[in-house]
Design a protein around this ligand. Structure first.
Ligand SMILES: Nc1ncnc2c1ncn2[C@@H]1O[C@H](COP(=O)(O)OP(=O)(O)O)[C@@H](O)[C@H]1O
Ligand SMILES: [Mg+2]
Length: 123
């Protein structure tokens, strides 16, 4: 079982929804591949680790530094405004966590979210 973390459930839910929606969008754009979304949780030192992998096209390396930028999107539909990852980053920061995109993962996209178990507010 995973250790508990302190967070607003609605914020975490919103964050994971953005990541999962992106994974589903990516796999929709890559229909010749099997669509596989894998979510793995683990305890890693003082953090809960959540790894999210999809079998979409992944993020081109020249775009990886831009995707957290508010309003950056590669999608055409007007419903995609490019604020998903900005929101994800905000929630991760609130938790004093970390999010990384695995630059070596070639089967699709692989995110790791680290959320510290003990949230000490030292402000
Ligand atoms: N799982 C993913 N696979 C491929 N590209 C992704 C993935 N997640 C995010 N991206 C890229 O990052 C961009 C920004 O994502 P986001 O901030 O959620 O905005 P939006 O989903 O509205 O485009 C996307 O347009 C896409 O290019
Ligand atoms: Mg999105």
């Amino acid at each position: 079982m995973l250790p508990a973390i302190t967070a607003r459930a609605s914020r975490l839910r919103g964050m994971f929804k953005q990541l999962i929606d992106n994974a589903l969008d990516a796999m929709d754009s890559n229909r010749h591949q099997p669509r596989e979304l894998r979510i793995t949780t683990a305890t890693q030192e003082q953090a809960v680790s959540v790894v999210i992998e999809d079998t979409g096209p992944g993020v081109a390396s020249e775009l990886q530094w831009r995707i957290f930028e508010p309003f950056f999107t590669t999608k055409r539909a007007t419903t995609h405004v490019g604020l998903g990852l900005a929101m994800v980053q905000e929630v991760v920061n609130e938790q004093r966590g970390m999010i990384t995109l695995d630059p070596d993962y070639s089967a699709g996209c692989r995110w790791q979210v680290l959320l510290p178990i003990k949230y000490e507010d030292d402000s």
